[in-house]
Design a protein around this ligand. Structure first.
Ligand code: PHE
Length: 448
């Protein structure tokens, strides 16, 4: 059994990798558009509440299980409850990773393409860009290949080093953009939309969407933090690590909104653009800014790096599963795994106007999400599967493995957890699964 497993070189290495997974297109692309589609500030507030009362305590649980069993999600469950049906939850997690990567990679490809568009200074029309089938597939394939080559070569060296330098740069750039966007005439209305909640707009569907976005953004619900936790040493403090990750992830999302909404209202555009939102608003903002083309190139480079640290983590879950459970050689399996994801992603790539069938796919009803294949994948895997996975995993960790066992694991490295572990046990066993369950009932239109 004792095949040499990797381990993070330091606490910093782990936090960076996990934060790198969490921070990505989910913060800068997905967060603003779901806020826009779901009515603004009331959604934001609900999102923040879910991050604190569900996301973070749930993250402790995934990390604890991962570190305890030192395995991928399927292996983790098998180690605790061999031969049971619970294993299906692990498989669901691995498959959710494939599903998310399949559409996430498409959007990462758009991001990458925008580096060149801004370099050339001709941005053109976003809708016709994403409707160009060959270009979009090429960019998607390129991004997946980039991801695979890094996962193939090992994560520690290159990407950790670059992320360490580039993420602070992204942070500074976002601050500059916040200042600029909020100085535009008409931007104040955007701030109101973003920060002044109108609770009459809240519905059950919006609450589910906020919960799903919290899981998506924190990379929770599919066992990613089980996998990353499995490389974590017993000395490290699970609680403080999770708090750092959650804090920075949420901060970056909130900052992205502070750019997009003021800019959007200043331009007189509608927040209801869907997945196109940041690609329509930001380039416009850059092109009217003094020196903005350079800033824009820079911005899309940084966003591509942020996306890359997330795609790496998504591919890593599949790879860890194949290596641990199927005893396959890491180097040999990375490319076929990436190729499989690429195939699954092609319909998403073709769903933005190039192929009618995928553009108007509409298998999941309109009241839950837009009809294009990409939005449907995003809802199915990025919202529903993560919430459902988190429901099952919180029950598994809280009841089957046991909150007391998890507590014991967390206490190693975080002795101060002694003070709060009783509240946490209540949350992971009752509060979290019950809230998720209630919100999931929306899917069936049981309450709205
Ligand atoms: N959290 C990532 C983002 O916000 C996306 C992601 C989801 C990555 C689930 C891994 C697992 O961009």
């Amino acid at each position: 059994m004792e095949v040499q497993r990797g381990q993070w070189s330091s606490k910093m290495g782990f936090i960076l990798a996990a934060a790198g997974s969490a921070i990505g297109l989910g913060n800068i692309w997905r967060f603003p558009y779901v806020v826009g589609e779901n009515g603004g500030a009331a959604f934001v507030l609900l999102y923040l509440i879910f991050v604190v009362v569900i996301g973070l305590p749930y993250m402790f649980a995934e990390l604890a299980l991962g570190r305890f069993v030192q395995r991928n999600p399927v292996g983790a469950i098998e180690a605790i409850r061999p031969g049971s049906l619970w294993k299906g939850v692990g498989y669901l997690g691995v498959f959710t990773g494939v599903g998310i990567l399949s559409f996430y990679g498409v959007v990462a490809g758009w991001t990458f393409g925008y580096i060149f568009k801004l370099m050339l200074g001709v941005v053109g029309d976003f809708a016709s860009f994403i409707a160009d089938p060959w270009l979009v597939i090429f960019l998607f394939a390129f991004f997946i290949a980039l991801t695979a080559s890094i996962v193939h070569g090992g994560v520690e060296g290159g990407i950790e080093k670059w992320a360490k330098i580039l993420m602070p740069v992204l942070f500074v750039l976002l601050i500059g953009l916040i200042v600029y966007a909020n100085s535009l005439p008409g931007s104040g209305e955007g701030l109101v939309f973003y920060l002044n909640p109108d609770f009459s707009k809240l519905t059950g569907k919006i609450a589910l969407e906020a919960l799903g976005q919290a899981f998506f953004s924190l990379s929770l619900g599919m066992g990613l933090m089980i996998t990353y936790g499995s490389y974590l040493s017993k000395k490290e403090n699970i609680i403080s690590s999770a708090l750092y990750i959650g804090f920075f992830d949420t901060l970056i999302a909130i900052m992205a909104g502070l750019i997009i909404f003021p800019a959007l209202f200043a331009m007189g555009a509608s927040p209801n653009e869907g997945p196109a939102l940041v690609f329509v608003v930001l380039p416009d903002l850059f092109l009217q800014m003094p020196g903005g083309a350079v800033v824009g190139v820079f911005f899309f480079i940084l966003l591509s790096v942020a996306a890359l640290t997330s795609t790496i983590s998504l591919l890593e879950v599949q790879v860890a599963f194949l290596v641990d459970e199927k005893k396959l050689n890491r180097k040999m399996i990375v490319w076929p795994a990436a190729g499989f994801t690429l195939l699954i992603g092609i319909p998403s790539a073709l769903s933005q106007g190039s192929v009618d069938f995928f553009t108007n796919f509409g298998l999941i009803p309109e009241r839950l999400c837009a009809p294009d294949f990409l939005s449907q994948m995003s809802f199915l895997f990025g919202t529903f599967s993560l919430a459902f996975g988190a429901l099952m995993l919180s029950i598994f960790i809280g009841w089957v493995w046991g909150a007391d066992k998890a507590t014991e694991e967390i206490l190693q490295g975080s002795p101060s957890f002694q003070k709060t572990h009783k509240i946490w046990a209540f949350m992971i066993r009752y509060f979290i699964p019950i809230i998720i369950f209630i919100l999931l009932l929306n899917i069936f239109g049981i309450f709205n």
